[in-house]
Structure formats: C-alpha cells, structure tokens
Design a protein around this ligand. Sequence first.
Ligand SMILES: C[S@@+](CC[C@H](N)C(=O)[O-])C[C@H]1O[C@@H](n2cnc3c(N)ncnc32)[C@H](O)[C@@H]1O
Length: 326
Amino acid sequence: MAKTPTAPLDLSDPDLRTRLLPHCRVQPGEIWRDGTSGHIVGCGDAADAGFVERLCESADAAALAVHDPPYNMVMGEKRPPDTYATWCRRWIDLTERSLADDASLYVWLGADQNDHFQPLPQFMAMMAGTRFDARSFITMRNQRGYGTQKNWMAVRQELLYYTRGNPTFEVQYTDIPKILRGYYKDVGGERTENLQRSRSETIRAGNVWVDIQQVFYRMEENVAGCYAQKPLKAIERIVAASSSEGDTVLDFFAHAGTTLLAGERLGRRVVTCDIDPIFVEISIRRLERWREDGRPGWGRSHPFERELSRRDRHELAAVEAGLGRV
Ligand SMILES: C[S@@+](CC[C@H](N)C(=O)[O-])C[C@H]1O[C@@H](n2cnc3c(N)ncnc32)[C@H](O)[C@@H]1O
C-alpha cells in the first residue's frame, strides 16, 4: 500500500528510471558482496533457480527467511490467483533449498477484500502442499487504510509464519505496559499475582500487532519511492524472535532493504535480492547510510539526493509540502 497519496519519488516513472539506472552499481544478474558484515545483495528474479543458487551458494544455510513479495493486488501486473500461487511456489521451493533443517519462514501477504481476499487463500492452500508447518497467522495493524465509506476500513497487513524442524523462537515484548492485575496462582506454596510471575513489565507480542507505526514521510526511517516499505520494528521483531546472532537471514524481495538493515543492526548476515536494480541500489545505500551516521532512512529526503538536480529537489519538496494532511 502506498505510504503517501502521491509518492514524492515515483520510481515507476520511465524518465526518472532512465536517469537513475546508470547510478545503480548492481545490474540484473549481478551480485554485490559486502566486505564489512558479509551481507550479499543481488539483482535478479526470486523465482529463477540459477540466480538464487548463485545468490546463496557462498552463504551458510539460513535460519530464517522473511519474504515480502508483491501482493498481486495494489501494484504491478495482476495475475489470476492460482497463477500467482504457482509463481510463489517457485520461490518457496528455492527458499527451502537455502534454509537450515531447523528454520523459520515468514511471508507478508495481502488479501484483496474486493476480490475474494485473493491471493491469501490460494497462497495458504499452496503452502499446505509443502514441507513447512503452519505456525501462526499474524495481523499487523496499519494506521492508514482504504474503503472507509461503505465498509470497515481495511487496516490489516497479513503475516504468515511457518517452520520446519525445530527452529529457535525467542519471545518478544512490546512497549505496552501490563496494566491488568489478577490471575492468581500458587507457586511453591505461595499465592502469586500475574505481574509477580511475569518476565516483563510490558505485554508479549501476540499474533495481532497494534504497536507498530506504519512508515510515512515524517519518520526518519522513511525511504521515499519505496511504496511498500515495512517498519523496521516489525522486521526486527521477526529477526530477533526467529534467529540468533551470526545466523544467515534470507529476503528475496529487498525493496527498501529493511531486512538488510535489520540484520546489520542485530548482527545477522543477510542474503537478499530484488528484481529491480533501483531497489537494490537503494538497499545498499540504506545500509551504507546507517553505517555512516546511524540514520535508518532519509526522512523527507530520498536515496538519490546526490544525483537529482536542485530543481528536482525543489519539486519533491513542493510535493511533500502538499502532503501535510497525512
Ligand atoms: C512488497 S516489496 C518488499 C518490501 C520490503 N519488505 C521493504 O520493507 O522494503 C516487493 C519487492 O519485490 C520486488 N520484486 C517483484 N518481483 C520480484 C521477483 N520476481 N524477484 C525479486 N524481486 C521481485 C519489487 O521490485 C519490490 O521491490
């Protein structure tokens, strides 16, 4: 879902793409290796076996994959849902080959309420035919939505959690304080109240996440032009829950490089790719920006501030100024 009513940097605009592509250091089929933390970032198709094999060949088997494919609804070409599920099966099979025996897989997905909730049911049915076990169906609440006039506002974002073998799982806590007292239980002959027994002052993250702010242009982590950027907090929650320091984490749909940045911040090695060289370049620049001065994104600016002229910057600023209503 778009982060702003009119994206300040429209990376689908052919003229803009023509100007930016020469500045992308990783071209289709190429793979960039990070000399500092060992991350690997490729430009290629997640469903192309030859490309994915090359991408993953030098990495350890991954403990975790976090995939956020295009949802077959908002952006890009819309395929019949079964065709979409067949395409998903291809990158799911390639993921399986690159995972450790004990591993977790998370997939973000949409459900189009105007079209029988596709492609969620088709994807779930496809996964039932794989060797992954279904573990949780998480819903993250977005702050902005669509369909408010004659329907319930659509503010949910679906996240499916699968495992195989017996992977690590570390309980995660939100920032929401525990306020409910009660639930008395006898422990060692003593009557204890639930707050005494708990390991945290704040509540555990369950399978409904209401505590994560959707990314928008006023946030420092914002990456202009990345219409589908996930909040860093959400990806870090997944990485922290389902992998350990030093583990390899896969993400075949890099976009704004959120998994790459989360992995860098949490000491994981990330193997990621995107079919679009512009998003590959943005992902690498985001990592570099974080290393340079600890900034997680560009806020009101954008990743190509060096390349775009002063006039472009003024135009972007004017568009952003018109977005004050968000
Ligand atoms: C929903 S976005 C991912 C968002 C990402 N999780 C983030 O937080 O920025 C999907 C991305 O998948 C990429 N993509 C689409 N088809 C692809 C394919 N066949 N192989 C690899 N990447 C693909 C798109 O270019 C887009 O950047």
